[in-house]
Design a protein around this ligand. Structure first.
Ligand SMILES: O=C(O)CCC(=O)C(=O)O
Ligand SMILES: [Fe+2]
Length: 180
């Protein structure tokens, strides 16, 4: 969906990310080096713009606010990337129960591009042959789960290396059940 956020909103959110960014972490580390080399931050849910974006996404997806994790900002400099992964937690991983015991799996992902880098930085779903180009304000949503609640391996995706310029995105992950 194009123009989910306007130019002013994108600029404000980029400034918030630049203020708070730190090296990105992984919720479900599989031990692959340089897996997510970007910087990120959790945005303050008390910030009026952050709260408004989260509410508009919940309204669009018809998902309750309690299912939404913190809205995350992410910044990629040239050469930075997020290697192929699924946003759902791997049922075989060491931390699976830690992450999923209370609120279940990650269900939907809503991702918003806050700008378009000069080169690179597309989001690629390699198993279904789809590549999405960053465009300022564009929203991309997908369901990480099959109808039976199991992870859908076809959602495997990556944030490809930025080649020139800087890429800024927001990521909103939802859970099957309300968060505490
Ligand atoms: O940067 C991208 O295009 C993808 C980001 C991503 O996969 C995520 O935040 O889960
Ligand atoms: Fe992802």
């Amino acid at each position: 969906m194009r123009d989910f956020l306007d130019e002013w909103e994108c600029a404000q959110l980029v400034a918030l990310i630049d203020r708070d960014r730190r090296p990105s972490t992984l919720a479900d580390d599989q031990g692959i080096p340089d897996f997510r080399t970007s910087e990120s931050c959790d945005l303050d849910p008390a910030d009026p713009l952050v709260a408004s974006v989260q509410q508009r996404l919940c309204d669009l997806l018809a998902i309750g606010r309690a299912h939404a994790e913190a809205l995350q900002g992410q910044r990629y400099a040239p050469g930075q990337e997020f290697k192929p992964h699924t946003d759902s937690f791997n049922p075989g991983s060491a931390d699976y129960f830690l992450h999923c015991a209370d609120s279940g799996q990650r269900s939907w992902t809503a991702m918003i591009y806050l700008n378009a880098p000069e080169a690179g930085g597309a989001t690629r779903f390699k198993l279904i042959g789809k590549t999405v180009m960053p465009e300022r304000g564009k929203l991309l949503i997908w369901n990480n789960l099959r109808p039976d609640g199991q992870p859908n391996p076809a959602t495997l995706h990556q944030g490809m290396k930025v080649r020139q310029g800087t890429k800024y995105i927001l990521t909103q992950w939802y859970r099957q059940h309300p968060l505490p």
